[in-house]
Design a protein around this ligand. Structure first.
Ligand code: AMP
Length: 330
């Protein structure tokens, strides 16, 4: 495994960790597997490596889908951030951090794999070609394995984030290094049967929702697939926000549909957009709608059906251009 990549930055982060007695780890709001896995995986590594330190994870909100990982912790209010080192993982901009106070920490470190549009932190370790921050944390632990301990629990948390953020190791960011690090974690005794059952089995009702949505799915002239899960649908099928949002993945296997979009009604009246693609990139399209993210997986928000249509039309033009100018896509 390549331990030399960004070695000076990684060393600087380790030095800061050694220096501080109190460390608060924070991540983006509406956490996914990578946010939860990387924050709690890193916390676990630090706790078993430095039992004398106070390590907190900032869990202001939680994920029902990932509750089986049993990671809920008290909101570290009143810890006195002014004396703490904050490590913010998987969070492109501080405005997306679940802990809105985190900027008050004495020092701030950013560890992220999103494109670095809004830098922050005294030390910033960005590897946007990585499939997940969990992969970066695994690499961090491996680099300093003489100092940082790893156990089955930490490995399971990191592996869960790697599997979910890489779409089970299918997304284009999955590299040889991803698989080597995943193998390294698996060797720590991760119970994959239980993990995959928790991650991927669905209730019967969810399949009813799926069949309903398939009937409503649309496709533009040039192949942008999209669907809209409005409030009524969410109520009809008793969907959690996460279940409604997961509908974006229903569209990821359509030939010729290189961009697919899910629109999900938010409780506040706005509409969450989840953009996905293969071959072509969508992060710049997301930037036009107050969002961003990765080349092939981004998020944004629209505020009306007209704006939704505008985004669909823009995606369609983008795809038309791509298909005209490129070959070999599927
Ligand atoms: P989502 O579809 O919401 O899971 O978003 C896909 C990816 O884009 C995730 O890695 C998010 O962190 C990122 N993302 C979502 N919304 C935004 C945003 N408003 N700004 C920057 N990145 C975002």
């Amino acid at each position: 495994m390549n331990t030399e990549r960004n070695i000076e930055t990684k060393k600087a982060i380790l030095e800061k960790i050694k220096e501080y007695e109190t460390i608060v780890i924070a991540r983006h709001e509406r956490p996914d597997g990578d946010a939860i896995g990387s924050s709690h995986g890193l916390a676990r590594i630090l706790r078993i490596s430095f039992p004398e330190k106070h390590i907190y994870v900032s869990d202001q909100d939680s994920s029902e889908y990932l509750a089986f990982l049993n990671t809920e912790e008290a909101d570290p209010k009143g810890i006195g951030l002014e004396n703490a080192l904050a490590i913010v993982v998987d969070t492109a901009g501080l405005d997306r951090c679940a802990n809105k106070e985190i900027g008050k920490a004495r020092e701030l470190i950013k560890i992220d794999h999103h494109i670095d549009v809004t830098p922050y932190g005294g030390i910033s370790w960005i590897e946007d070609e990585r499939s997940s921050v969990c992969e970066m944390i695994a690499a961090f632990q491996y680099t300093f394995r003489d100092i940082l301990k790893l156990d089955t629990r930490a490995a399971t948390l990191l592996y869960a984030g790697m599997v979910t953020d890489s779409g089970r190791f299918r997304y284009s960011e999955t590299s040889g290094e991803t698989l080597r690090l995943a193998g390294y974690l698996l060797d720590m005794g991760v119970d994959t049967q239980t993990l995959y059952a928790n991650l991927y089995l669905e209730e019967f009702d969810f399949f009813k929702f799926q069949s309903h949505v398939f009937g409503k799915m649309k496709i533009t002239e040039n192949g942008v697939a999209y669907l809209y899960v409005d409030n009524a649908m969410q109520q009809q099928f008793h969907l959690s926000r996460e279940q409604a949002s997961s509908s974006v993945d229903f569209m990821n296997k359509i030939k010729g549909s290189l961009i697919w979009l899910a629109f999900i009604d938010n409780p506040d009246g706005s509409i969450r957009v989840r953009l996905r693609s293969r071959f072509i990139t969508v992060d710049k399209l997301a930037n036009n709608y107050g969002g961003g993210g990765h080349a092939n997986a981004s998020g944004a928000t629209v505020h009306s059906l007209q704006e939704m249509q505008k985004l669909v039309d823009e995606a369609d033009s983008l795809l038309k251009k791509y298909k005209t100018e490129n070959e070999g896509w599927l």
